[in-house]
Design a protein around this ligand. Structure first.
Ligand code: ACO
Length: 324
């Protein structure tokens, strides 16, 4: 039996675009190096009046409009972020208030770049148990606020943004793998690699927000192996072969990771949705942002089989297969 159905998607990006050339004026880098090593050409960076909650709310409104449902019908909001507006309360509750949703459940999940996959699996599980009928699942970040703008090895890689989906609990008549809905999901974590990708601050340690620290080449190697592994697991769980996939919507960290993972699985690069060139790495926002982009430009259509996948700090990683 299929899981929750995806009714609509939405996304939001900060107004300001920062090009590689602009960054090269601040740190010792070049457009050529960034494009060749990452595929990134530009990123959106939040202005002071734009926060994780305002971006998340805009993305949620767009998803509700796309689904044609009212905010009052949402009984669950799960928001993935590593850059909440406040240490508490959860940014999801700010979105809930901004949308005018009354009652229901709202909370954040922290799994960094794979946060959207964790949020989607959590929402799907809660919907299946009857805790709510309809959910908003959001990935939203203002990573620019935790970057060390003097560290060229990290500051060129990230951007800000938000993406959201509306999910509905499966009906009693939910069908097999041809019916719309989530067909399979797998999540993983391995805390042994903390020092390869982390933020060097936090309420309980330094009482500061801290900055992103990453040993890029090591993360890269783990990403390709872990992602290829979890994609295989999800395909096996759903009883689907990789050549049946219409689209892969990966976490947008680096164009070379996307290519290497697709190659490992024998998936054609034309089936991989790429937005890293325009958005850079928006952490938990990147998968729903890319999904919304490919639905709105007409690539992903109803009935398509779509694989979402991500890997991030922790390490955490996961994948989810959805019939649109
Ligand atoms: N501009 C110019 N030169 C640079 C820059 C820069 N912005 N950054 C690093 N360099 C230099 C380095 O200092 C190094 O110089 P050296 O050879 O003189 O020592 C050289 O470029 C090569 O550096 P590497 O780090 O080996 O470059 P690499 O090809 O590995 O690319 C990158 C680095 C882009 C970070 C890559 O390793 C990567 O994408 N890693 C994975 C990141 C990722 O997947 N993150 C996902 C999760 S993110 C999250 O969860 C928050």
């Amino acid at each position: 039996m299929t899981g929750s159905r995806l009714l609509g998607t939405g996304s939001a990006l900060p107004r300001r675009i920062v090009t590689n050339a602009e960054l090269a004026e601040r740190v010792d880098t070049s457009d050529e190096w960034i494009v060749e090593r990452t595929g990134i050409r530009q990123r959106h960076i939040a202005e002071p009046d734009e926060t994780t909650a305002t971006l998340a709310t805009a993305a949620a409104r767009a998803a509700l409009a796309d689904a044609g449902v009212d905010a009052s019908s949402i009984g669950l909001i799960v928001l993935a972020t590593a850059t909440p507006d406040n240490t508490f309360p959860a940014t999801a509750t700010k979105v809930q208030a901004a949308l005018g949703c009354r009652g229901g459940i709202a909370f954040d999940v922290a799994a960094v770049c794979s946060g959207f996959l964790y949020a989607l699996a959590t929402a799907d599980s809660l919907l299946r148990t009857g805790m709510a009928k309809r959910a908003l699942v959001i990935g939203a970040e203002t990573f620019s606020r935790i970057l060390d703008w003097e560290d060229r090895t990290t500051c060129v890689l990230f951007g800000d943004g938000a993406g959201a989906v509306v999910l509905e609990a499966p009906g009693a008549d939910a069908g097999g793998s041809d019916a719309p809905g989530i067909l399979g999901t797998r999540l993983h974590a391995d805390g042994a690699h903390h020092d390869l990708l982390y933020v060097d601050g936090g309420p309980s340690t330094t009482q500061t927000v801290g900055h992103v620290r990453m040993r890029g080449p090591e993360v890269f190697r783990h990403a390709v192996v872990n992602l290829a592994g979890v994609l295989k697991e999800v395909l096996e769980e759903a009883g689907i072969s990789s050549n049946e996939i219409d689209w892969v919507v990966p976490h947008q960290a680096n164009a070379r990771i996307l290519d290497a993972t697709a190659k490992k699985l024998g998936i054609s690069p034309e089936k991989v949705v790429v937005t890293v060139d325009r958005h850079a790495n928006t952490s938990a926002a990147s998968v729903p942002l890319a999904l919304d982009t490919a639905r709105r430009d007409g690539r992903i259509k109803p009935g398509d089989l779509v694989m979402l996948e991500a890997m991030g700090g922790g390490f955490t990683w996961g994948a989810s297969l959805i019939r649109m």
